[in-house]
Design a protein around this ligand. Structure first.
Ligand SMILES: C[S@@+](CC[C@H](N)C(=O)[O-])C[C@H]1O[C@@H](n2cnc3c(N)ncnc32)[C@H](O)[C@@H]1O
Length: 416
């Protein structure tokens, strides 16, 4: 089985795979034993040195091109799969062969992706925090047609995704993972040069296109709102609505919202379970966004939401008007703190880090529910929380992003 897109890449660069073979030290045959954070396969070369292999699965023997050599490890890309895993499948989308960088795990059978991701998370917790825990599997969500926000770039006026590891882009349409409510915009939209963000409410069908520069010359299907970076910088507001966890959410152009509403439902369920049902005093929702958890976790007398983005805070005030929580626009690291019973924290990819962990532990909460989107950051945060006296009791993978190696994990830590 040959990795076609890489061959294409080399052919386009005017070099053959055969020519690559002749460059001493750049090609190797490796046995892959595991997958690691970032979705790459892990193998060891003849000297025992770790090699991270993009596009390889555990149990496979692969012929690889070494892309990068460091003192302690190397990075490689699959040229040919000599012994495929039973979990390897052909890519479901033709744009992968053209280099589209949107999905890095289309070669993994959808049924195996959640299990492999749980192994990646368990491995990160073992390596970084010395914790042995079985990572639970959340509900299986549809693998195709789910993303309600897609970030791309104009390719000769059409919507495209950036290619893997290059600065090129490839026009797509239809996109396997984009929600159907966006298909028409992707297929028919015409955009000026630069970045494009398409967003939609899957359950409201409201659509929003955020385009580069002044936004002149945009053509989109009827009903799609268009706003340019220039207009947003000069104070124009634009938003769409989504429904999730039994509520309606206003989401402004620059505000974060979970990538799919059924995923938001699943995350809220997992967070509610981890928080527990008994009534308590004060819930603090750190990195609260437009209010998803503050608005859907019940049973607290007071709720405080801390969020840095002005746009998200404005949305949260509208979305949570019926609950009257305290909404604080601040960097979590510099938030003034308050005693809390439970903290829910959903930081960006970088994780809590020492400042975020300090903010959490300053509340003296008995329970911390951490929502993490990066296994390495989770491993490091679990270690920091452990040092601060919080013990990890459970971790559940919610697979929001099938066909990619991205993970989302809800973990429960209790003090003492
Ligand atoms: C992964 S999102 C989670 C949002 C929300 N919990 C949800 O589920 O919709 C992370 C949020 O943290 C905010 N954020 C990032 N860094 C922050 C910081 N240092 N302090 C406060 N908020 C921050 C972002 O603006 C974003 O809204």
């Amino acid at each position: 089985m040959r990795a076609g897109w890489l061959g294409d890449l080399f052919r386009r660069a005017g070099r053959s795979l055969h020519g690559m073979d002749e460059r001493a030290g750049e090609v190797a045959i490796l046995d892959v034993t595991a997958v690691v954070a970032g979705g790459e396969g892990l193998a060891r070369d003849a000297d025992g040195r770790v090699t991270f292999v993009a596009g390889a699965l555990p149990g496979e023997q692969v012929r690889v091109a070494i892309r990068q050599r460091k003192k302690d490890f190397a990075r490689a890309t699959v040229l040919e799969v000599l012994r495929p895993s039973v979990e390897r499948v052909g890519e479901a989308c033709r744009f992968v062969a053209e280099g589209c960088g949107g999905c890095d795990w289309q070669h993994v059978a959808p049924g195996a992706q959640r299990r492999l991701k749980a192994e990646v998370v368990a491995d990160a917790l073992r390596r970084q925090a010395h914790l042995e825990i079985e990572v639970g599997l959340g509900p299986e969500l549809p693998a195709d047609g789910y993303r309600t926000t897609v970030r791309g770039v104009s390719v000769d006026g059409r919507f495209g995704f950036r290619t893997r590891k290059t600065h090129d882009a490839v026009a797509v349409g239809p996109c396997l993972v984009a929600h159907p409510v966006l298909h028409e915009v992707i297929a028919e939209g015409s955009f000026p040069a630069g970045d494009i963000v398409l967003r939609a409410g899957a359950r409201t069908s409201e659509r929003l296109a955020i385009v580069a520069g002044q936004g002149t010359g945009v053509v989109v299907p009827e009903g799609v709102r268009v706003v340019s970076d220039h207009e947003l910088r000069h104070g124009r507001r634009a938003w769409y609505h989504e429904e999730a966890a039994g509520r309606r959410w206003r989401v402004s152009a620059r505000s974060f919202f979970q990538a799919r509403p059924d995923g938001a439902d699943a995350l809220v369920d997992a967070v509610r379970n981890a928080v527990g049902a008994e009534p308590r005093g004060h819930l603090v929702d750190l990195y609260g966004g437009v209010g998803l958890f503050a608005g859907s976790v019940e049973g607290f007398e007071h709720v405080t939401l801390v969020e840095q983005s002005r746009s998200s805070v404005a949305d949260a005030k509208v979305n949570l008007a019926d609950r009257s929580p305290r909404i604080i626009q601040a960097d979590v690291a510099h938030w003034g703190t308050a005693r809390a019973d439970v903290v829910v924290a959903d930081p960006p990819r970088t994780g809590l880090g020492p400042p975020g962990v300090r903010a959490v532990t300053n509340t003296q909460a008995d329970r911390v529910v951490l929502v993490s989107c990066d296994p390495a950051a989770l491993g490091r945060d679990a270690k920091l929380l452990g040092t601060a006296g919080y013990r990890l009791h459970e971790a559940t993978l919610i697979d929001l992003f099938p066909h990619t190696s991205h993970v989302e994990v809800v973990s429960r830590f209790d003090r003492g």
